[in-house]
Design a protein around this ligand. Structure first.
Ligand code: SRM
Ligand code: SF4
Length: 566
């Protein structure tokens, strides 16, 4: 068997799992607090990650033993970040009763619980099902949450159509295995089990599912709020006379890299074709099938679509997609993204009502002594029953707010010490961090818990420099996997060792340019002093109107280093 044909252990687990069933039912009932190797991988397809509290590693547990304190992260999949107030209330209730009393809005418009005990997993999923929420396909080697601009602007049919397209794609690419229902959603009283269907269970994914995760997102040229170039499959809506005439299809975007493996790299999606709205689902299916049948199943480090395209070249890839689709596809239009709306603050909904976009620092919804965001969201949901829309910047939009309720909604936030989006600095507004320590098993160092302090420091430095009004994106991750998309923003801070970061510069808010490594292994307490030197240079040498990211790109690493040293 050639190297390429050997299956990775994860692919073997999937292949032998009877559509993701494996040993999960038996292990769920075995009385321990964790699952075995194969089940851990299969469970990801159900939106569940086995984790342990890394703050508690090595400490004595309640039962007197030492070892890992196992717990689970569970992710709800929400296409376009869209949910109802009732669904949010249920998530809030469950985070208190079964999780660690917080919810986490993700960088892909999803919502996560942390700290779930193994025995509580079925109860959690059954409760979510009651409000029509699912975690199936939120993780694993399938199409993940489909991203789309979440703003529900009612007099803008374009946004509505894009959001409907994201729901359609999410439904079309959802895993079909009945094992999720059979294992976790069976009727607890009767103990009845749904039978595994006979015939073709997964017509699209097959027995082995995809070689790796797959991500789709839809954006507008004037609003790239979902970072369209970072997706395996990105769609940019082309609008003429207020109607979508089609989409530019981008393929092969992705962020993850492993510094020790040169074969890995972040990549921006490249133009494949222009397609009309009625072609979207079938062309997407052809692209997914090409990846399914040709993606690397031996080495998961290079199994994403971006590597297949890198190895084949775009011409061969396009020819293969056309073969699967059954006809040739026209060239993509000459359209790029040119704006980014974070939808924060008040926005006219277009039907007489309003949307409020609330900044949620790093997506964490919680109550503590300084701020009671969870309580505030509960009160807003029960008082106004707004539509809820999560953004790709880990924030929340409340829609359908009547004009006469605007100041009362603000009063609820203020009463619970939640800072209004209008009152935060640009630095904080445009920053985000991945979860990292203590739950993420892959984190090398802090991110969500480290970024706020760095933002405090940078805010003070920029104030002194008179640069407080600058608009730039700063994103941090606790390892190079790139979950907060740090490789195409103005400032990327990527965990490299304990309390040490790689500083990336030269990307920008639009997300259409990759950044370069400015400095590696920078100790946490030197990150802001290093950045302050570059901002000082920026103030001195920038062109009129030039953004920080554009300046860093124009100058380049060597010139900045020399100027800063001199
Ligand atoms: Fe991610 C793995 C969290 C968006 C690239 N990501 C993980 C895991 C599950 C760790 C693990 O495998 O054990 C993290 C769980 C942490 C925790 O405790 O909650 C995790 N990723 C997240 C979230 C929650 C970050 C956040 O703070 O918001 C995001 C959940 C999104 C969602 O709702 O689906 C999240 N992850 C992303 C993104 C951004 C995006 O998709 O727009 C990326 C970069 C884009 C991409 O995929 O290339 C991303 N996550 C990764 C990777 C690297 C993949 C690669 O191709 O190299 C891993 C590791 C892996 O897959 O092996 C990873
Ligand atoms: Fe974990 Fe790394 Fe993703 Fe951060 S970037 S959540 S540390 S995998």
């Amino acid at each position: 068997m050639s190297e390429e044909k050997k299956l990775s252990p994860v692919d073997t687990f999937k292949l032998e799992s009877n559509y993701l069933r494996g040993d999960i039912p038996e292990e769920l009932a075995d009385g321990t607090d964790h699952f075995g190797k194969s089940s851990i991988q299969l469970l990801k397809h159900y939106g569940m990650y086995q984790q342990d509290d890394r703050d508690n590693r090595g400490k004595v547990k309640a039962d007197g033993t030492k070892g890992k304190s196992y717990m689970f992260m569970v992710r709800t999949k929400l296409p376009a970040g869209s949910m109802t107030s009732d669904q949010m209330m249920k998530e809030l209730e469950l985070c208190d009763s079964l999780a660690n009393e917080t919810l986490r809005i993700t960088s892909r418009q999803g919502l996560q619980f942390h700290g779930i005990q193994k025995d509580n997993l079925p109860e959690l999923l059954q409760q979510l099902k009651k409000v029509e929420l699912t975690t199936l396909g939120a993780c694993g080697d399938v199409n993940r949450n489909v991203m789309c601009c979440p703003a529900p602007i009612k007099n803008n049919p374009v946004r509505t159509e894009m959001q409907e397209m994201s729901f359609k794609l999410a439904a079309h690419f959802a895993p079909q295995t009945p094992a999720y229902r059979e294992i976790f959603l069976k009727d607890q009283e009767t103990g009845e089990k749904e039978k595994i269907a006979t015939g073709e269970v997964e017509p699209l994914y097959g027995v082995q599912y995809l070689p790796r995760k797959f991500k789709m997102g839809i954006a507008l040229p004037e609003d790239n709020c979902i970072d369209v170039y970072t997706h395996d499959l990105g769609l940019i809506a082309i609008v003429e006379n207020d109607a979508i005439v089609g989409y530019n299809v981008l393929v092969g975007g992705g962020q993850g890299r492993t510094p020790s493996a040169e074969k890995t790299f972040p990549a921006l999606g490249k133009k494949l074709a222009f397609i009309t709205p009625d072609q979207v689902v079938d062309v997407a299916e052809a692209i997914v099938k090409v990846q399914r049948d040709n993606g690397n199943r031996a080495d998961r480090k290079v199994a994403r679509l971006k590597y297949l395209i890198h190895n084949w070249g775009m011409e061969k890839f396009k020819a293969e997609v056309e073969k699967y689709y059954g006809q040739s596809l026209p060239e993509a239009r000459d359209v790029e993204v040119h704006e980014f709306d974070d939808h924060k603050g008040w926005q006219d909904q277009g039907d007489g009502n309003w949307i409020y976009g609330l900044n949620v620092e790093n997506g964490r919804i919680k109550d503590d002594e300084t701020m009671q965001l969870k309580t505030a969201i509960r009160e807003i949901c029960t008082t106004y029953n707004p539509g809820i829309h999560l953004t790709a910047h880990q924030d929340i939009l409340f829609s359908g707010i009547k004009p006469e309720d605007k100041s009362a909604l603000e009063a609820i936030l203020k009463k619970h010490n939640v800072t209004l989006s209008e009152d935060i600095s640009n630095t904080r507004r445009w920053s985000m961090a991945c979860v990292a320590w203590p739950t993420c098993g892959l984190s090398i160092t802090e991110s969500e818990r480290a970024l706020p302090g760095m933002v405090d420091q940078l805010e003070a430095e920029l104030e002194k420099l008179g640069l407080a009004d600058e608009k730039f994106t700063m994103r941090m991750t606790g390892c190079p996997n790139g979950c907060a998309r740090p490789y195409n923003c103005d400032i990327g801070l990527v965990g490299r060792a304990k309390e040490k970061y790689t500083v990336f510069l030269g990307g920008r808010l639009l997300g259409d340019r990759l950044s370069y490594i400015y400095k590696d292994m920078v100790p946490a307490d030197e990150v802001i002093p290093e950045l302050t030197k570059v901002f000082t240079l920026f103030k001195q040498d920038r062109n009129e109107g030039e953004s920080f990211g554009d300046f860093c790109d124009r100058q380049g690493k060597e010139a900045i280093e020399a100027a800063v040293a001199g």
